[in-house]
Design a binder for this molecule. Structure first.
Ligand SMILES: Nc1ncnc2c1ncn2[C@@H]1O[C@H](COP(=O)(O)OP(=O)(O)OP(=O)(O)O)[C@@H](O)[C@H]1O
Ligand SMILES: [Mg+2]
Length: 325
């Protein structure tokens, strides 16, 4: 296992209260595997993604858990040790490329600087920068451009080029295509796929669009209200979804799951300062609503994250020996 995340919990300590944004999340990513995290806005996807590199922004704090990367707990590394991992062994691409690009400096200088920081000499770095641009299908002269002279898709290509500079073992991409049109989105997805195929890079991809997840991923992780509800291969998740929330997500996608009308999921995600007791999904769960036997179970006891079949995990009482099942 390349990345092994265990019992990760992350809270934001705000003036208005403690937001329990991520609770007890456990998953793994193998070498050359593409794992996509899906879930509604606010479900904790970005918080988990940032935690891998110990980059949870203030007032967030990782309160529990381990992030084992090739067996080493990244949360225990010093700042110096982490610098050698970030950008080199693990890279991150954000939704807005301007998060990582400096608007005042030409992209070439920025790519070269990213490499110099990890000890590549300048001449070598310029040569590499040209190669990287070719790999992301941009003409070499773009190295002389400022970020604002490029389109959104081109800027995202630049940030992927920087992320690819050291052939990282893991690329974390947090909604990298959300702001782009469908055609450009597809070409960015192709680029990430190429990185995986050619360099054997593992991908942790974050999106709220489950149809994007299905196309290229090997595995899907479904998050709801800070909890990992289901995890499995794309086939397991799409052909045999277990969690009522996963089923609801899939039926909200046209053509993918059923011929029936697209169904929105009734209700709203909870306030994570006061998450629901028991299963966090129970207030919106159709099974809980319809089955008397689940009362006093789903609303009272937190479901364990169990391995239902090989590699297919779920946190739902209806698969964990709840009454009358
Ligand atoms: N800086 C912050 N301060 C306080 N609460 C935060 C902060 N950042 C995130 N949260 C809360 O943590 C929870 C998880 O947020 P996160 O951004 O990880 O969700 P997400 O799944 O990435 O959502 P989106 O799809 O909108 O990007 C949310 O309830 C959010 O309100
Ligand atoms: Mg997010």
């Amino acid at each position: 296992m390349l990345l092994d995340v265990k019992n990760l919990s992350i809270y934001y300590y705000t003036l208005a209260g403690t937001v329990r944004a991520v609770e007890n999340v456990t998953f793994g990513i193998e070498k050359k595997e593409w794992v996509t995290f899906v879930g509604e806005s606010g479900s904790g996807k970005s918080t988990v993604a940032h935690a891998i590199l110990n980059l949870v922004p203030s007032p967030g704090k990782i309160v529990r858990g381990e992030v084992l990367f090739e067996g080493r707990d990244l949360l225990k590394l010093t700042k110096e040790e982490m610098k050698n991992i970030r950008g080199k062994e693990i890279s991150m691409v954000f939704q807005d490329p301007m998060t990582s690009l400096d608007p005042l400096r030409k992209v070439g200088d920025q790519i070269v600087e990213a490499m110099s920081e990890h000890g590549v000499d300048e001449k070598e770095a310029w040569k590499k920068a040209k190669e990287l641009l070719k790999r992301v299908n941009l003409p070499e002269d773009r190295l002389g451009y400022y970020p604002h002279q490029l389109s959104g898709g081109q800027r995202q290509r630049i940030s992927i080029a920087i992320a690819m500079a050291f052939e990282p073992k893991l690329l974390i991409a947090d909604e990298p295509t959300t702001a782009l049109d469908v055609i450009v989105q597809d070409s960015i997805m192709d680029l990430i796929d190429k990185l995986k195929e050619e360099e054997g890079t593992s991908i942790m991809f974050v999106t709220h669009d489950i149809s994007l997840a299905v196309e290229r991923s090997d595995k899907i992780a479904v998050m709801y209200a800070g909890k990992l509800m289901e995890f499995g291969s794309v086939d397991q998740i799409t052909e045999n979804p277990l969690h009522p929330y996963t089923k609801a997500l899939l039926s909200s996608v046209p053509d993918l799951w059923s011929e029936k009308n697209i169904k929105a999921i009734p209700g709203y995600p909870p306030d994570l300062r006061t998450p629901p007791t028991g299963c966090r999904f129970h207030p919106r769960c159709p099974l809980f609503r319809d089955r008397a036997s689940l009362k006093g179970v789903c609303d009272a006891v937190e479901p364990a994250f169990i391995e239902y079949e090989k590699g297919h995990y779920v946190a739902c009482h209806t698969y964990g020996g709840a009454p009358n099942e």
